[in-house]
Ligand binder design. Structure first.
Ligand code: MN
Length: 234
């Protein structure tokens, strides 16, 4: 799908494809899809009222144009309970179907730090009614994200601190080694259900400590071996 903005080609002007900056490069990472994994840290599963045992992973999606890069997070409409969820982000350089766990990491371009911002009141209502999660999860600017750091620079981070501070106070704290489903497993399992594509992002789940934000809050997230992400709520 090449972007051709010629008025001869399209009946309306197509939007630009979402991208992420890449550390150490003038080139951009083109984002194809955003997959998110739910309840991937046991302590977070418990705080959300679920069994911490390793149940099969489940996935949902945000829209690529929900990404927010280098800008403030505007408090979204129709919610009074918007939560932060700090997560490591995986960017794929190669796609595929039924990718074996053993070779899954070869598909990774790089890693970043993201926030799975969630209208928790709308998500909770959707859960109660057995409805889809999109209104809670896939709204505009719901995916603040850092630059991607290439594997060539940092390898494949799989242990080390993951934290989120709100106005300088630590609210979320965990370790990458607490992920129930590791990055390679996430890629492998996802690729059984979907044909993954270059440019797909995976948000790898959040440690415990999720909570609400309000306008004026300053969020700072950290994933060891990757980078930090700072976002102001306005
Ligand atoms: Mn999440």
């Amino acid at each position: 799908m090449s972007t051709n903005k010629s008025a001869d080609t399209y009946v309306i002007e197509p939007l630009d494809n979402p991208t992420l900056p890449v550390r150490g490069s003038d080139k951009l990472f083109p984002v194809h899809r955003i997959y998110c994994i739910g309840r991937n840290y046991a302590a977070h599963a418990v705080e959300m009222g679920h069994d911490p045992d390793k149940e099969p992973p489940f996935f949902f999606q945000k829209n690529p144009d929900n990404l927010l890069v280098g800008q403030d997070f505007p408090y979204p409409p129709e919610s009074t309970d918007v939560h932060y969820e700090l997560e490591m982000v995986v960017g794929l350089a190669k796609g595929g179907k039924s990718i074996p766990i053993e070779t899954a990491l070869d598909h990774v371009f790089g890693y970043g730090v993201g926030l799975d911002m969630t209208r928790r009141d709308l998500q909770n209502e959707a859960k109660k009614q057995g409805r889809p999660w999109e209104v809670g999860k896939a709204f505009e600017q719901s995916a603040p994200c850092s630059e991607l750091i290439p594997v060539s620079a940092i390898g494949h981070p799989d242990q080390g601190a993951v934290w989120l501070k709100v106005n300088g106070e630590v609210r979320q704290e965990g370790d990458l080694n607490q992920m129930l489903w590791k990055t390679a497993e996430q890629i492998s399992i996802l690729s059984r259900f979907f044909e993954l594509q270059p440019g797909d992002l995976i948000m790898t789940g959040t440690p415990s400590g999720v909570g609400p934000v309000k306008r004026g809050d300053k969020l700072e997230g950290h994933v060891a071996g990757v980078c930090n992400l700072k976002v102001n709520v306005i």
